[in-house]
Design a protein around this ligand. Structure first.
Ligand code: FA5
Length: 347
């Protein structure tokens, strides 16, 4: 009995050490300690049948064997668990000494930056910011603005036509050549009084050069109320440009022609570079050409459903892209839509 217990211990240790996985270790544990038919369990169960002389000796020995095997099982289990942990750690290894990867953060395009500033200043003066479709009908782009189909003023803006429907009232579809179509749209929608600006993209079938692009941005302004005159426009624009440039700016009117205003004007502002003395930027005139404007034509008010006997107002339209060029001293308009990051990262 004594010998077979010693053999069992050796055999058990060998089986434990030979295990290659937790699963096989569980099998060995069952083989020796299984409640029903474990090799050691059976010996322990048989202790009661031994003689009084043998009982304590064999009892002690089997407890010792049990202890040795249990210890070996626990050590082997621990070894497997350590191995598993080690594997997990090495696959998830995170080297805290490696320098971090810098995340690049984008920024707002210079045209959008200036547009936001323009919107902020006009909002402070009580103007609402409106929007309109870039694909527009001939009616809103021309007829509604007092430019009939056979009028030579149609040639002032070379137009991209969009293939498709040709409605009897609204005509063909075009890429809007200016933001002015939103004048009639907002009058129809909101009536008078009105105080809005409309920033947006416009398109012209034009050859491009350093100061002309075929896609550019404009800002339209429209104010309709009682007893409105061009002197209000002069005051609003002088205030707007002064806030935008952060120094006092003067404005002046020259006669201008646009079919949708009467009278029509061109507005210039005093050159900021030379303070009116004359330089290369203002072509030595002391003034920079800025925008077209005028009192809204009676026919346009009519198209917008506004009673011209009660209300009148003015409208203006300036090139936002050109303003951005002036603001940042950009000498080629095409850079702004080139997607060239080395250029854009400067702003
Ligand atoms: C107009 O588009 C009129 N709708 C403006 C207007 C509105 C007048 C309301 C009266 C009342 P004009 O074609 O001049 O006007 O264009 C206005 C501005 O857009 C110009 O002053 C210029 O700054 C800019 N612009 C015109 N063509 C180009 C172009 N090809 N590239 C970049 N900017 C341009």
């Amino acid at each position: 009995m004594e010998q077979s217990l010693k053999n069992l211990e050796q055999e058990g240790l060998k089986a434990i050490h030979g295990c290659t996985s937790i699963e096989t270790l569980r099998e060995v544990e069952l083989e020796y300690f299984g409640r029903k038919d474990g090799k050691l369990t059976n010996i322990m169960k048989g202790l009661k049948d031994l003689s009084n002389e043998e009982k304590p000796k064999i009892g002690q020995l089997s407890n010792a064997v049990k202890g040795v095997l249990e210890k070996a099982l626990a050590a082997k289990l621990q070894a497997f668990e350590n191995e598993k942990l080690q594997k997990e750690l090495s696959s998830d290894f995170f080297d805290t000494t490696i320098p971090g990867k810098a995340r690049t953060v984008g920024h707002i395009h210079p045209i959008a930056q200036v547009q936001e500033e323009v919107e902020r200043i006009f909002s402070q003066m009580g103007f609402a910011v409106m929007d309109g479709p870039e694909i527009e009908s001939e009616y809103y782009n021309f007829e509604g603005l007092n430019i009939p189909a056979d009028h030579p003023a149609r040639d002032m803006q070379d137009t991209f036509f969009v293939a498709g429907k040709n409605d009897e009232k609204y005509g063909r579809m075009v890429l809007r050549t200016h933001t002015s179509p939103v004048q009639v749209r907002t009058m129809e929608k909101y009536g008078a009084p009105l105080r809005v600006i409309v920033p947006g993209r416009v398109f012209r079938y034009e050859a491009t050069d350093a100061s002309h692009d075929s896609t550019f941005n404009q800002v339209e302004g429209l104010l309709i109320d009682k007893d409105i005159s061009l002197s209000h426009l002069k005051g609003v624009m002088a205030e707007f440009l002064t806030r935008l440039f952060g120094k006092p700016v003067k404005v002046r009117f020259r006669p201008g022609y646009f079919p949708f205003v009467e009278p029509g004007v061109e507005l210039d502002f005093s050159c900021l570079l030379c303070a009116g003395k004359g330089c290369r930027v203002c072509k030595h005139s002391g003034w920079v050409e800025f925008m077209g404007a005028g009192m809204v034509h009676e026919n346009v008010l009519k198209a917008g459903g506004i009673d011209s006997k009660k209300y009148q107002g003015w409208a203006f339209g300036f090139g936002l892209t050109r303003l951005v060029m002036m603001r940042y001293g950009i000498d080629d308009i095409r850079l702004l839509t080139s997607g060239e990051l080395r250029f854009l990262r400067q702003f």
